[in-house]
Write a protein that binds this ligand. Sequence first.
Ligand code: GLN
Length: 516
Amino acid sequence: MRQSKKTEAFLFRLSWAGVNKMNFTSMSISDIQQGLAQGAFSALEIAQESIDRVAQVDESVHAYLEFTAEAALKSAQAIDDAIAKNTFGELGPLAGVPVAFKDNMNMEGTHTTCSSHMLENYRSPYTATCVERVLEAGAIPLGKLNMDEFAFGSSTETSYFGPTYNPWDLERVPGGSSGGSAAAVAAGLATATLGSDTGGSIRQPASFCGVVGVKPTYGVVSRYGVVAFGSSLDQVGPFARSVEDAAIVMNALVRGGSDHRDCTSQSINTDFTANLNEGVSGMRIGIVPAFMEAEGLDAEVKERIEEAAKKLEAQGAELVEIELPNAQAAMSAYYVLGPCEAFSNLARFDSVRYGYCVEGCKDLNEQYELSRAGGFGVEARRRIMLGSYLLSSGVYDKYYYPAQQVRTLITQDYTYAYHKVDCILTPVSPRTAFKFGEINDPTSMYLSDMFTISINIAGNGGMSVPVGLGSKSGLPIGAQLICPAFRDENMFRVAAELERCYGAASVAPAFAKVGE
Ligand code: GLN
């Protein structure tokens, strides 16, 4: 018997809510859109209930730095108007989807603080292309998300506004630097979010929080309007609870092709959802023995990655051992190139053009000195000092120039490997989420990115997909999939297979029912 549209809508609502309140930020994109199309709920309901839930639940997670309730309600109204006019189908791929953005992305009218005292009072006069595209695709913006200061870090502990807590265990870090973006998705405080990744800042927090996180090939997503850390390394990408949701956000980000306001952006003619159901039969997947034997790799992480490889093999993929002989130098090259680029990018925060300003100084030099010393936190100052030293005359030839040569060698390693494989499988992080304060020397913190950094150096794509929980820690573990530049669909295809094996990411257990 066919049910009336009204009954269908009622049953849909019932199947989700159980009680009256819907938990929209815990739903998938397709469920949201199905519900909207059937009239089970309105976009205004999505916006209002999401804002209420986030405001209530985020007290314990602290993923958000700012809520954008007004913008959320405005977007929602536009969607409801389209539904009333029967033009819902013409809206973009994110119509009605609650999203949020890392706080280094400009969104007109919001603060864009980069979690720094330096930019505490900075308000965006314009909107970054990545944010604009997500909004144009119909998303409902809930707010701006916490991060390590200026994206320096792997734990979100360096935020001037206090850390974000891992929804799986509030005594642990969510990873970083996009910790707020990962935690928001893991706690069901947004359906999808955007983060940025310079050395691992999307993939590592995704792994720590048990969600999908994508760093696309360098250039696929425009960097216009995203506060720069390392311009040749930075890349924006989505966090979501399923591979399909992440693919839909990617589609929205690349819609419209390259962005003339970012000369490094390139168009990619891919439907990221197209091959998710193709399976991995016939695909060649690279395994890097040197990574699997790396010192510092926890046994429980190794165990899960080996298991993931076996599962892919069982689904028809061929496992191929490959070498990336120069990848071991990636960390050293990164901690030369990254600080050099950061040093020059952060020069603009001089208290005159932007940022925190100490008034009443005797001259401009004193104003620069006191404002920069007071505006930047410890890790930001460390990177600036390092960059200014490395780029100084006499020193430049010894470090910066060789680091660029190493960069070429690493890129060549990948190019060579891709003659033999379509995708590479590695761990994301050597371990699961650590406790606050547990890692307090910078060098150990830097090692969090030992498996992710070489991908930013080479510029190819990488993503983290959940592959279950650690047998010892009981905490989420992510597998990293790496693809040839501009073949990002390869890693999505493999990611979808892993998701079929392990199940889609869920909201962290403690938050699954909260706020309903
Ligand atoms: N953890 C690395 C760093 O501190 C990477 C950060 C990032 O990707 N933004 O530089």
